[in-house]
Write a protein that binds this ligand. Sequence first.
Ligand code: 5GP
Ligand code: MG
Ligand code: MG
Length: 184
Amino acid sequence: MDAADMGADLEKVLISADEIRDKLAELAARVDEDYAGKDVLLLGVLKGAALVMSDFVRALHVPAQMDWMAISSYGSGTKSSGVVRIVKDLDTDITGRHVLIVEDIIDSGLTLSWLVANLSSRGAASVEILTLLRKPEAAKVHVDVRYTGFEIPNEFVVGYGLDFAERYRGLPFVGTLAPHVYRS
Ligand code: 5GP
Ligand code: MG
Ligand code: MG
């Protein structure tokens, strides 16, 4: 799917496919340097992080394994509450492992701060976070994000893994929706 297929649903392209590719290469170079000589476990949070993960792991040179978690956070409407349920847990024993969480977007940071605490309690050697996108609201909860792709304004975005009612995840760019899509 591309911008043309979206027709009138798309308001604007916020971050292009080229910008995403260049940014992930830049972040991968930093991770290569920081994790030299270490075995890193990339932990993707389903479903949004699937596209970030697949491009990021290909840009990386250090040996990396991948695992996935699906978590659901209870909340009212579009806001998460920080009350989290594990839908699919890791298959990997992370004791002594260097875990790098790969995320699509951080909004309130509530889900993520829960995840970091959960992983640390399982005895990981280190837990760091990489996110493609970050909204200003993330400042409300303290989460140390080591690798951030883009700081974006407080707008609802779709594409590159991010959905609206499970649609638009396959877009190769990050964009905003025309108001008629979510007001109808
Ligand atoms: P929080 O950081 O508030 O705990 O939750 C972050 C999650 O909320 C993300 O993983 C994503 O699923 C969803 N989310 C937050 N902002 C947006 C957005 O602008 N667009 C989309 N599609 N999902 C978002
Ligand atoms: Mg996510
Ligand atoms: Mg969603």
